[in-house]
Design a protein around this ligand. Sequence first.
Ligand SMILES: [Zn+2]
Length: 257
Amino acid sequence: MRYIRYFLTGMTALFVLSGCGGPSRSDSLVVIDAGHGGHDCGAQCDGKQEKELVLQITQQLAKEFKRKGYRVYLTRGRDKFLKLGERTKIADKMDAKVFISIHANAIANKNRFEAVEGIETYFLQKTRDARSQRVAARENAAVLQGTDKLSRDVIIDAVLNGPKIVESNKLAIDVQNGMMRQIQSRYKDAINGGVRPAPFYVLVGASRPSILVEVGYITNSKERERLFKPDYQKRIAKGIVEGVSRYLDNRKAETGV
Ligand SMILES: [Zn+2]
């Protein structure tokens, strides 16, 4: 009898736990942004274009988020150009929980193409790190035309001390860990480029936790080949969803929202 009582108490606890702690994610909207598009092809190498690659990955990502019960909005579901400000504005307007911009990396020095590789996640912050500045400069290039340096600095300073930086940093760590777990379980030699702060303009103005993922180097032949494989893309998508889920679950446990 006692065992039956314990069993029943256990079952009730289990039921309550799954009732309130289980994934009730239909209220969580994630905005996914495929970088570049239209006349802005992003990085290019050996006939492959960043704008196409990131569109493929965001489509995998949307599928995976939906499978886990999230609501998803893509800033672009096809090959079109969007101004930078429009991208985060969408996330704000729709009251998204998080904003994720997907990009692929590249380097200019051809002699170093095969030496530089890795998966990196960025959050918005000024930095002295030369590598982060270089990546940001390349990603920002297409969108900075017509904006003078002073107003760019004013925009960026306005958000630098915002509370979202800490949250974005946490989100970036969870997403980077999720991706590396998924990728390295099959591709053991994949390089973890880590979480880095950088002044990306696509993240300026976002009033919610926002990150930019560089899924790999399109200029590195090994990574380029992998990046266009559906299995690799699925792993990237799964890892990002794992990371976002972990971040949102932890935040909910800490703050209730
Ligand atoms: Zn890019």
